[in-house]
Write a protein that binds this ligand. Structure first.
Ligand SMILES: [Zn+2]
Length: 237
């Protein structure tokens, strides 16, 4: 099985623009051990609905908190998430809320790590046997009132790792908060043993802004003539 990094196909000619943010999120965390204040870019679980959660107000405002408060809030919502998934500071939940305009292909990216798909395209992919497609309908006000597209933000779980061979030398992650900082290497290599077999689209667990699709996903997208994304093959080791 081959794996591919997913990018927006800017040459596809769509003018779609989304100005929106997730409805809820965990705060960033301030760590007394390493001194860093940080939040994950990319980690998002749009299908997690906090609207009836008794503490939902604590998840509305983006901010940084001392690590103990971040950890307290994380425990309040852990049971709503798939077992074992990473929940770093800054993790987003719920639908994107905001405005949208322009034309949208089968796939569109609000930013390089937030992938949206037209509902009918998602249904076709599911029927074609693509696994792991689920998500949440964003709450978008469209400028054009006529026939706005029905979009779904895909919930891309963090699975799979960049192989250590492609990563720069660096200090170990902070033992208290897990903070680790490195630039995305120019040439990515995936760690074969870490790749999931139960889903065909995901984000990387050690670099959440990198989106990956399987060969099965790519073939279904091409067979169905779905547009808006490009596939870049990633070597495995
Ligand atoms: Zn730390």
């Amino acid at each position: 099985m081959q794996f591919y990094e997913l990018h927006e196909d800017t040459a596809a000619g769509y003018t779609g623009y989304i100005s929106a943010a997730s409805k809820w999120g965990l705060p960033g965390s301030r760590c007394p051990a390493c001194g860093n204040i940080w939040a994950s870019a990319g980690t998002a679980y749009p299908s997690v609905d906090l609207s009836t959660h008794p503490s939902h107000a604590a998840f509305l405002k983006p901010r940084a908190e001392p690590i103990e408060e971040f950890e307290r809030l994380r425990e309040l919502i852990r049971a709503l998430l798939p077992a074992g998934v990473p929940i770093p500071p800054g993790t987003r939940f719920g639908p994107l809320v905001g405005t949208a305009s322009g034309s949208f292909g089968a796939f569109s990216l609000q930013n390089p790590w937030t992938l949206l798909v037209r509902r009918e395209a998602m249904e076709s992919l599911r029927q074609a046997g693509v696994q792991g497609l689920s998500g949440c309908k964003p709450e978008l006000r469209f400028r054009q009132k006529k026939n706005p597209p029905e979009l779904v933000e895909l919930q891309l779980e963090p699975h799979g790792l960049l192989h250590p061979d492609c990563l720069p030398p660096r200090p170990p992650p902070c033992s208290r908060c897990g903070f680790e900082s490195f630039q995305l290497p120019e040439r990515l290599i995936l760690d074969k043993a870490s790749l999931p077999s139960h889903t065909d689209v995901f984000r990387l667990a050690n670099f959440a802004t990198v989106l990956v699709g399987t060969e099965r996903f790519k073939e279904a997208v091409e067979r169905l003539g779905l547009d808006g994304i490009l596939f870049h093959e990633l070597p495995l080791r």
